[in-house]
Design a protein around this ligand. Sequence first.
Ligand code: SF4
Length: 301
Amino acid sequence: MHIEEILYTQGFGTRRVCAGLVQQGFVTIDGAPVTDPGADVATDGLRFTVQGTAWAYHEKAYLMLHKPAGTECSQKPSTYPSIYTLLPSPLRLRPSKGAVQGVQAIGRLDQDTTGLLLLTDVPDEQIDSVKRELEALGLGWSATAVRAGLVACTGNAGCKFSSTDTKRHAADIAAYLDAAGVRLDTPVNIHLTGCPHSCAQHYIGDIGLLGTKVAVGEEMVEGYHVYVGGGCGPEQGIGRELLRDVVASDVGPLLGRLFRVYQDHRRNDRNGATAESFLEFTRRHSVEELRHLLQPEAAVA
Ligand code: SF4
């Protein structure tokens, strides 16, 4: 690829600006200036400098950014600086067929929230091929209403207090519900926590799972106490204990039944549209009623 074109694709300005940078000797490869904008350069593993700034060629940009508090994810922030001001200028100027240049954040975090953000410049027309490549790697790309609401503490893979492998169980629950065809209209928060310290705040999840050991015959296996109806903010409330000592491998099927009960018995408005959230549904029923509805042949409530 011509060096002028390489600079352009990497976000160093218009083609005319990039040609000027080359002609003025501002671009070096392996320490030697390149002054012909039409010079053919192999892009594989290419590293170069532009006005002393070292850069590595990437056909596509994929970034992880730890978002600090006091920044906004918008290109046009209202109060705090944009996260995009934290990026080197070329990453903000990479050419795109869309209206907005540069890498874009996948999802958003609130201005006061810190956390991991992913940014990329994959154009819309290549999204399907990216999905296929992710699936080939065994990774998921869709955020179902269940996956979007899953929270798990460190669990016994990294915390000595934990009774259970919370993160693995969270993934198992999502996989089971996906495979069982459970589809929810809106996210339901499922919080798995490995001990009563409750780092994943199981008491305020729509569904809370508190890790424990469960006796099965002579053995002690990993399991959970199950809570429902917790919430925060305008919906604040502490979850109520629905069931105790559920073996971890039984939690997915149990939640599948619970979601089917919710979908079959929730209140709809006059037009048939859904009016009742999962939280409202669980709070409208006593724990005894919910336990009854979970029985295989429960009557319609
Ligand atoms: S909730 Fe308990 S097990 Fe989970 S990370 Fe916190 S201290 Fe560890």
